[in-house]
Design a protein around this ligand. Structure first.
Ligand code: PLP
Length: 475
């Protein structure tokens, strides 16, 4: 595997505010915590070579002993490996598959993942799909575009949302992220720019970087909406090869793009001939009112490509999503796919078809559950952390919390020590932005959410006792 060398300037940028001026915690441990969090978050990619001890000590203005102790601790924990002549290389401990592992061990509380467990309806759909599988067993089971019954159900779903769609405009993929990776393969090459909302969904940033492209952010306005002028200016100034937006209950902010903004963004993308990938993963998770019609209603299918997923509407374990575009682009995507995975599992496709055909009852229940959990979570925050600010989102799975000072990385690093995973703001930004933010999913059931907040309170209070070096204000 190729090994990349991280420059100390880049490391400093993504490390952000790692240092607590709390003298009870040795500085080397704080540095180790900050670096460990970056590795767990995926912000510091695996198999990356860190700068040497002397270079790190100079750029962090620390003694060489402090840096050496921090790196030794990470080596002992299995987050770094020393290789003769190639310094310290990032890795994960053998027991640590990934921070977003399928099961979270022991009493670890996961406030980093915004997803719900499967409802009984998922199990029932699987059972019915197994029965229906018999009629497909005579075929080879290979279909790179996806099961016609599922594509028909997805196309009908778009028609119901006001976007005329035929099954040949749909391609089933193994989740929205996989769909994005495929689109990046088709539309981009190494070094190309890809425009994104800023902040945005971290796996999208990872997929863009994984395709050797550079994400270019268009900042979302402070409280609501999208900056259409900023979108147009960034397109004109940076000529990205592709744009990726999340208009429906945007991850992480939860906001929803208005009808007028959709029309305007579609017209701008169309004028500049920039293919626009619209991630609609959260579109069905609304509480009071559905989102405006899909962005693809306002442009041609070749240029405005919709990306959908079963992950949030139904269950992440289905690992299914889809791409909606023109039949011509679908044909090119199918060709690209043939060197990757040759298709999606048939049983899951049958299950997804059943779920989408009968989605209304399942979605209604899920929307109700999420709305209740959102309100209970807001009340808990108000009582445990009255200085945190957030706007109740009209849909989605999480709150985007503004902290009173830029302490998200330190907070998340300290929370790891008490078995709580947090999603610090910089995970959603480019170059360490959003230190003042935390994404807090309300997907844990309320008693566990309260337990997590109760356990976090002393950690936060300990940070709040000290002055933040950047803001020089009390946290
Ligand atoms: C905006 C967005 N897109 C995609 C995904 C992942 O979708 P999938 O599980 O279908 O790959 C998520 C999951 O959180 C998401 O928030």
């Amino acid at each position: 595997m190729t090994q990349r060398q991280l420059r100390s300037a880049s490391l400093l940028k993504i490390l952000g505010q790692w240092h607590h001026p709390d003298t009870r915690i040795p500085v080397y441990r704080q540095l180790a915590e900050g670096l460990r969090l970056l590795i767990l978050d995926g912000r510091l990619p695996l198999n990356n070579r860190l700068p040497g001890e002397r270079e790190l000590a100079d750029s962090l203005a620390l003694s060489r002993t402090t840096v050496a102790n921090a790196l030794n601790q990470l080596r002992e924990e299995g987050y770094l490996q020393s290789r003769q002549g190639s310094g310290s290389v990032t890795r994960l401990p053998d027991t640590q598959v990934t921070q977003q592992a399928y099961t979270v061990p022991g009493d670890t509380l996961d406030l980093a993942t915004a997803a719900l467990p499967a409802s009984p309806a998922i199990h029932q759909a699987y059972q019915r799909a197994i029965t229906g599988l018999t009629e497909h067993l005579g075929s080879t089971g290979y279909d790179s575009q996806g099961l016609p019954r599922l594509r028909t159900a997805i196309a009908r779903h778009y028609c119901q949302r006001g976007l005329a769609t035929t099954p040949d405009q749909i391609m089933v993929v193994n989740g929205a992220v996989s769909g994005l990776a495929l689109l990046l393969r088709l539309f981009t090459g190494p070094g190309d720019r890809v425009l994104v909302d800023h902040p945005t969904y971290p796996m999208a940033l990872d997929a863009i970087r994984g395709a050797s492209c550079r994400p270019v952010g268009v900042s979302l306005p402070a409280n609501e909406g999208w900056d259409c002028d900023g979108f147009a200016a960034t397109l004109a100034q940076t000529s990205p090869r592709l744009a990726y937006l999340i208009p429906d209950f945007h991850n992480p902010t939860g906001r929803c793009m208005s009808l007028a903004e959709r029309q305007s963004i579609a017209a701008i993308a169309q004028r500049s001939h920039t293919p626009l990938v619209v991630d609609e993963t959260m579109a069905e998770l609304w509480y009071d009112a559905p989102p405006p019609p899909p962005l693809a209603c306002f442009g041609d299918a070749e240029n405005i490509i919709s990306l959908g997923s079963c992950g949030k509407s139904f269950w992440g374990g289905l690992r299914l999503g889809w791409i909606r575009t023109s039949p011509g682009v679908i044909a090119r995507l199918v060709q690209q796919r043939n060197t990757l995975d040759l298709g999606s599992p048939l049983l899951e496709q049958l299950t997804a078809a059943i779920l989408i055909e009968e989605e209304e009852a399942i979605l209604q229940e899920k929307r109700h559950q999420l709305q209740v959990q959102r309100d209970q979570c807001l009340a808990l925050i108000q009582s445990y952390f009255p200085h945190w600010q957030t706007t109740p989102p009209p849909g989605g799975l999480s709150l985007w919390v503004t902290l009173p000072s830029p302490a998200a990385t330190r907070f998340a690093a300290s929370a790891e020590n008490i078995g709580i995973h947090l999603g610090p703001g910089p995970r959603f930004g480019i170059d360490g932005a959003f230190e003042r933010f935390l994404r807090l999913p309300f997907t844990l059931e309320t008693a566990r959410m309260e337990m997590a907040l109760m356990r976090l309170l002393p950690v936060w209070q300990q940070l709040a006792l000290v002055r933040s070096p950047a803001s020089n204000m009390m946290i």
